[in-house]
Structures are given as C-alpha cells and as structure tokens.
Design a binder for this molecule. Structure first.
Ligand code: PLP
Length: 433
C-alpha cells in the first residue's frame, strides 16, 4: 500500500478465548469430541432461560416501539430506573444522564479506549480479561500495564504494586478492576475497593470497575458496588445483562458514571463517549426495554440467588476434584463462573509431550505448539488428548502458567466427568508419560 494503513495497536488485539476455536474446529474434523470450556456463555452450556423472563421478552416483541431506534444514551425509562437503583444503594447519587447504553460491554470497552487519549494509560489486573487488556494495549500501542492479582492471597489485588505503579508512572490516568473477577472468580471486600479508590483519589485518577458479574456473588461472600465506595472520585462502573439474565446474545450493557461534574477533563471525556455513540445512532432497543421489567419482577431476587448458589456448589465440586491433582493450585472463587488453575512450577516449553490416542491429532497439535507459551502448549495438548477446550493464562496477560475453565456445564454428569478428566490430564502431563 502507498501508506501503511495498519493501526499502531493492531498487534495487541488478541482474544485467546475465541482464537483457540479455530484449532478446536480443526481437531474436531480429525475426530476429537470438543468440550467447550473456553467461552463464558451460560446459554451455550445448556442453562435454560427462565420461562418468566422469556414471557417478558415475548410481550415486548408484541410492542411496536421495541422495533424502533432509541435515544443514543439508551432508553430514557430504563436509564431512569437504573439511576434510581444506583441511588437506592445510598452511595454516589446519579441521574439518568450518567447512564449510557452500549451493544454489550464489548462495545462499551472498545468505545472507552478508542476515545481515551493515547498517552493516558489504564492500569489493570493480571491475569486480565482480554477484551479490556487488549483494548487498553491497542489504544496505547504498548503492552497493557498491569498490577498483580496474587493467587497466594486468593487472587486479591496487590495494593502495594498498584501504589508503586501509579506513583512511578505518571501516564497512568485510571485504575481498572473487575469485581467479581474474570478469570479468577475473586470477589473484593469493601476495604480493598476503598483502598483502590483512595489511591485513585490521591493521584487524581479515575476508577473503572467492571461489574459484569455483580449479581453472581456466592452465599456468605460480601462485596459492594463501586457506587458505594467511590466518594467524590471520578468513576465508571460497567454493567451488563449478558451473564445475569443471562442473555449474552442481547448485546446489551451500560456504563454508570460517577462524579462527572467533579473534574472538567473527566466530564469532557465522558461527553466524547456519548458523541461517539450518537454517530452510531443508538444501541439495541428491545433488551434495554426488558431491563426494568425483569429487574423489578418479584421473581428476580430469587432467580439471582439460585444462580449464585448453583455456581457456588459447582465451584466447590470443581475445586474438590482438581485439588486432588498434584502440582497445581486452585483457589475457590467467590463469584462469577470461572476457575483458574495455576501450575506450581514452570512448564516445559519444548521437548516430548505425552502421547495422544489419535496420531493425526498428535501431529496437528505438534505442528502448532512450537514457540508458544508453555501453558498454551499444555492447553493445546489437553485439547488434542481430551477434547477439553480451555484458555491458557498467558492469554490473560499473565506470566503465571495456568488455564481457565468455566463452571457453566449444565449437565451434572458431564461437568463432573470433565473435571475428573482434567485432573487426570494434569497429572499425565506433569509426569510426562
Ligand atoms: C469481565 C467481563 N467484562 C465484559 C464482558 C463482555 O460482556 P458483554 O457480553 O456485555 O459484551 C465479559 C464477557 O465475558 C466479561 O467477562
């Protein structure tokens, strides 16, 4: 081309969660039965959509306005409803104008980072959820800047690491956290959230808190929303219906903005996000209209409690089975529906791998593992030898060797067998025979 048309951050756009699908499809053609453990889609893994939620959607399907555009920031009635929900928590008080809808949080994250000044960095967790880390890296043109989540401390954030990185790197303009976290399932206590807000306040930063899994906190675990601890610090919470109705195919998520008026630069940045949304016209209308009807339904709290308890039982089961394997650390999550397994020692980056039953599959796997991260090598071997499709931790901006599985399989027998097969496979790989 006459001009280089490739964006400076193009190389940073990696989404390992879906990249592995191409290899899994190729192995499937060679006869491997794939057990999809890579994507966090409860519906794909067999969770039935609640009948009463479907009924609400069916009713909306009969309404003409569901088929029209809505306001660029989102349906006014829904934004008023959500602002009242935030205000009822008693922390930061917002108005409907502090809420902006997107076509899923994937869209929100892309918009947030596309319109953030290139030199302004956002410090995020490692391991990291790839949509956030890749978007941040791509906007800056550099590797994502991260702070450590510590497996020895139940994957809690290393606050000293955050303090030091913020202190010594004045390009940091914001701190990102995910609560409950993907991929670790960690849930942060109120004091940790307050400490992060304090660091942001001291250094004049904003806080970006991804609350996708806010309604999947296991019984007995306590946390709060960002709105409850943000005080007068500029902040953004990200929320979505993808995992909690769950309706990921609706592509419907929103931003709650706190303290826009406290900082003119923050306010200008936020208004640029709405300007960008106007260029796109608006986000999907019908799912937004469903939100007040579903959230306000008397069946909703029980629905959320049942789901949180269900994932807690599955986490207990998975940790029980995987803890039997020697050489890995598994921390029981406190929320969401993922589990991260970390190898206690570094894995080999080359050399022989334990044999696979199907020689064609073995040949294919060997042809793609050369030069990849050691945990990715394990994940490809696991895929070829058992069909279990997981995501390597190196794909989550982490230098700890490990992988993420989900707790989503709805068939109890299949889920138990998958975890048992996984525990055996870990042992086989570590023994090397
Ligand atoms: C932490 C986190 N944020 C955002 C998203 C994107 O969600 P959405 O379906 O709203 O785009 C996901 C999806 O897995 C997620 O895990």
């Amino acid at each position: 081309m006459r001009r280089d048309i490739v964006h400076i951050g193009a190389g940073q756009l990696r989404y390992e969660i879906r990249e592995i699908v191409k290899t899994a499809d190729a192995l499937e053609e060679l006869g491997v039965e794939i057990i999809w453990e890579n994507i966090g889609d409860p519906i794909q893994k067999g969770e039935p959509m609640a009948g009463w939620i479907k009924d609400i959607v069916v009713e909306l399907v009969q309404n003409n306005p569901s088929y029209g555009y809505t306001a660029s920031a989102g349906d006014p009635e829904t934004r008023a409803f959500l602002a009242a929900e935030v205000n009822a928590r008693g922390g930061a008080q917002i108005s409907p104008d502090d809420i902006f809808f997107f076509n899923g949080l994937g869209d929100a994250v892309s918009t947030l980072f596309t319109h953030l000044r290139k030199e302004a960095r956002v410090l995020g967790p490692s391991p990291a959820y790839s949509t956030l880390s890749s978007a941040e890296a791509s906007h800056s043109g550099y590797e994502h800047l991260t702070y450590r989540l510590d497996p020895a401390m139940g994957w809690q954030p290393d606050l000293d690491d955050i303090r030091l990185k913020v202190h010594y790197n004045d390009s940091v303009a914001g701190i990102l956290l995910i609560n409950p976290d993907n991929p670790t399932g960690a849930v942060y206590p109120q004091a940790t959230l307050e400490a992060i807000v304090d660091i942001a306040g001291e250094h004049d930063l904003f806080v970006l808190c991804d609350e996708t899994y806010a309604s999947i906190v296991y019984p007995g675990i306590h946390t709060v929303a960002l709105s409850e601890v943000i005080g007068d610090v500029p902040g953004i919470a990200l929320r979505s219906i993808s995992k909690e109705f769950p309706w990921p195919g609706a592509r419907c998520g929103w931003m709650e903005v706190f303290n826009q008026d406290r900082d003119p630069i923050f306010k200008r940045y936020i208004s640029s996000l709405l300007d960008a949304k106007r260029l796109e016209v608006c986000s999907t209308t019908l799912p937004q209209m469903a939100i007040p009807r579903i959230f306000a339904d008397p069946r909703y709290p029980g629905h959320l409690e049942r789901r949180a308890s269900m994932f807690e039982r599955r986490a207990e089961e998975a940790v029980g089975i995987l803890s039997e394997a020697q050489g890995v650390t598994v921390v029981k999550p406190g929320g969401a529906f993922y589990l991260t397994v970390v190898f206690d020692a570094q894995l080999p980056s080359d050399g022989p791998m334990p044999p696979m039953a199907n020689p064609a599959v073995e040949e294919k796997v060997k042809s793609i593992v050369s030069g990849v991260a050691p945990d990715k090598r394990f994940v490809y071997w696991l895929l070829g030898s058992t069909g279990i499709c997981t995501v390597p931790l190196s794909g989550f901006c982490s230098d700890l060797p490990g992988f993420r599985v989900t707790l989503l399989e709805n068939d109890d027998e299949k889920r138990r067998l998958t975890f048992e097969m996984l525990a055996r496979a870990i042992q086989t790989y570590l023994k090397g025979d």
